[in-house]
Design a protein around this ligand. Structure first.
Ligand code: PLP
Length: 394
């Protein structure tokens, strides 16, 4: 029999390493192994009850048909109002698209904008799907490396120096998965101004917008959209902010021509995001702020428990992340024969200590592993003592 011929497009990408770890951890769990899962980037909180109730009511009311391709108008309006109130963004509901997760918004944006011969500038370490989506769309990824020693700071001059005649867009991710780094508002402003002058788009992935600590105020590139309406594109998600990962809802905000193109792609792929889920999301935007604030406070408390203990482990170095819910420690001093490099390290940790982390290699940094603190304090304590025993057992 002839081997299946897959497209060259598919050949340009590989499986999401974060999903792979989750699958392996799930497999062990199914075998009855007590796994501490620091791998998944998934809130351990229940979705807000206002969202659950609204979705339940929508189902009971028969709100189960296709909706407008761009998403229900009330949700698009609520989102643009929120961005206007918080950041002075000028967007109308026609400039908002509700997508199947933030992932869907980024994917449709990549398909709408990028093609072969073009470049997209990304700061690394980067969330796994960003470079894969760029390559899938046919463009090349230009990486600008950030370093753990300065909290993975993004330097606007280095980002702008990476632009070429072929650059179509810069993708920013602040707070960043996996590093927890937060890009300073001044740095974002400098990048947007530099890109606007060159006709390059800035796509700001703000999936973790609300998750900032140490009294930092959340910031969005939306604050620059009135001044640079043709440059600023914002992607967001209901997944992390509202602990609604399985609802699969995200959004795209930006220039109408881009939003229309992404909507057209969506029209030929998923049609629309799930009808009753959007009703739940609307209730979340309108009424789940207390839930969001409670979750953020708890993540910060967990971070404050985790980071000193991580740094007390022999060979582990980690500055406190200023945002998101990931620690990205440098564990290279713990590498030994048999657990050399982040992949072997993570695999041995899972197999021997039953602790799931994601190898930094997946994000473009082989010295690190990603530890999600979107899990209970109890799980954090147990996982840390397992890691300590694992590191002690030379
Ligand atoms: N962007 C970043 C940086 C992420 O970490 C994620 C999820 O992990 C997403 C986008 C997409 O999230 P979702 O598709 O669940 O909205």
């Amino acid at each position: 029999m002839q081997a299946m011929h897959l497209s060259a497009r598919v050949g340009r990408i590989c499986e999401s390493a974060t999903l792979r770890v989750t699958r392996r951890a799930l497999h062990l769990k199914a075998e009855g192994v007590d796994v501490i899962d620091f791998g998944a980037g998934e809130p351990d909180f229940a979705s807000p009850s206002v969202a659950v109730e609204a979705a339940r009511q929508a189902l009971a009311d028969g709100f189960t048909k296709y909706t407008q391709n761009q998403g229900i108008p009330a949700l698009r309006l609520a989102l643009t109002r929120r961005f206007a109130e918080r950041y002075g963004a000028p967007w109308t509901a026609e400039q908002a698209l509700i997508t199947v997760g933030g992932k869907g918004a980024l994917f449709e944006t990549a398909l709408a904008l990028f093609e072969s011969g073009q470049e997209v500038v990304v700061h690394t370490p980067a969330w796994v799907s960003i470079p894969e989506q760029i390559r899938f769309a046919g463009a090349a990824v230009v990486e600008v490396a950030t370093r753990g020693a300065d909290g993975f700071a993004v330097d606007p001059d280095r980002m702008l120096a990476a632009l070429s005649e072929r650059t179509r867009a810069v993708i920013l991710n602040s707070p960043c998965n996996p590093t927890g780094g937060v890009i300073e508002p001044e740095a974002i402003a400098a990048i947007v101004a530099g890109c606007a002058a060159r006709g390059v788009l800035v796509i700001s992935d703000e999936t973790y917008e609300r998750f900032v600590y140490d009294g930092l105020a959340p910031y969005s590139a939306a604050a620059l959209a009135a001044r640079y309406p043709e440059t600023v594109v914002v992607v967001g998600s209901f997944s992390k902010t509202y602990a609604m990962t399985g609802w699969r809802l995200g959004y795209l905000l930006g220039p109408k021509a881009l939003v229309d193109a992404a909507a057209m792609i969506q029209g030929h792929s998923t049609s629309n995001a799930t009808s009753f889920a959007m009703k739940g999301a609307l209730a979340a935007v309108e009424g789940a702020e207390p839930d969001v604030e409670r979750m953020i406070a708890e993540y910060e408390a967990r971070r404050d428990l985790l980071i000193p203990k991580l740094n007390a482990l022999p060979g582990v170095r980690c500055l406190p992340p200023r945002g998101a819910f990931y620690a990205f420690p440098d564990v290279s001093a713990c590498f030994r024969p048999g657990r050399n490099g982040s992949i072997a390290f993570a695999e041995r940790l899972l197999d021997e200590a039953h602790v799931a982390v994601v190898a930094g290699d997946a994000f473009g940094s082989d010295d690190h592993v990603r530890i999600s603190f979107a899990c209970s304090r109890q799980a954090l304590a147990e996982g840390l003592s397992r890691i300590e025993r694992f590191l002690g057992a030379e």
